[in-house]
Design a protein around this ligand. Sequence first.
Ligand SMILES: [Zn+2]
Length: 431
Amino acid sequence: MRRYLIEHLLIEASDEIIDGAVLDVDDGVVVWSGSSAQAPERPEVTVQRLSGTVIPGLVNAHCHTPMMLFRGAGEGLPTDRWLTEVIWPREARLQAGDIEIAMWFGAAEMLRNGITGTCEMYFHGEQMAQAANEVGLRCLITPPLIESAVFSNLGSIDDQLADIISLRDRWSGSDRIRVGLGPHAAYSLSESTLIRIAEVAAAEKMPVHIHVAEQPAEGDEITARTGLSVPSYLDRLGLLTTQTHAAHSVWLTSSDIDLFAERGVRVLHCPVSNGRHASGIAPISALRSAGATVSLGTDGPVSHDRIDLFEEMRTAVRYARIRQMDAMALSAREALAMATDGASVGNCDLGRLRAGCPADFVRLETTAPEFEPWFGSEALVDRLVWGVQPEHVRDVWVGGEQRVADRQVIGLDLEELGQRVRHRAQELATG
Ligand SMILES: [Zn+2]
């Protein structure tokens, strides 16, 4: 067992910051946390002092991390052209080895930004899982299910489903890696395929991670054919359940919002990406008032440029307030809760440093000028959300194991990896 004596500790987004705290960790799990004045006596344990502020590891609800190989590509293009002219041709050239390099590098970037868990939709699930596991990042991997001639190398939908289930079975003993299904979107899959995916998800009890209503016109063909909005259509096919993770969900009607709340769908809000692609501002306040769950995701590194949930939190707060024209529409603390939602990677115990929960935590250096004046317990959580930049993230632990020490990712040569990433990115861009 190890005891951390912590200058300032935030146990969970909804709590107050404790000055002079103790965090006891054994075998990767929190054993005790709270004020040092109330801590149990443990004369035998190893003690480590941590200055600054310790918070739970952040959880990224929606990402395509290996797309960091395409960072900067297609800047400024409308989303449909960006996908078909820039991204898909590059993706069709990807090799399994590219995914491993990109995932190592992207996982390192996330850890250095205080992210300890991520929900990923990308190809080559086995390489994603291996790389995330080696770097020490928790990952819900949902390989994309896709019907397109560009991706004919993936095989039929039944082949793709069988591959995902065997990936799930291979990693079933892992504490870090979980596996779900990633149907890309309602508009890019046939009705019969969506029904098949719903059947498999129900039979195998697997999460379904899907893009929904990101752009205003993407569901027009479905609506013209069925008379239904995309959420109602997905519901009719059996795809809206408590296991559904609906990325973006920008263009929802009020009945779609009620339907999401009724079915217990988790909305993955990606405001930075929505701004970059001019998708719109998602109705987060209405979703939350209706009782739907909203988690925060960065989206892929081509849509955000940096995999940074602190920037995402600030953008979420600003957009929610602009959309409602109400400065109370979303608080910084609520945004932090949305960025530490363990259920978005399939583990409800993440995002809180309480007894029995995984010891995933981040030490922030909070003595910088941007955090002053540091006083008033209610205001301090806000101060963190508005103030933290990546350089303030100094140390990171996942499952009690230190993965970042003074901003260095333990065991990775980022310079060498960066050269490999640059080299492959150039090759993929030119074909
Ligand atoms: Zn996405």
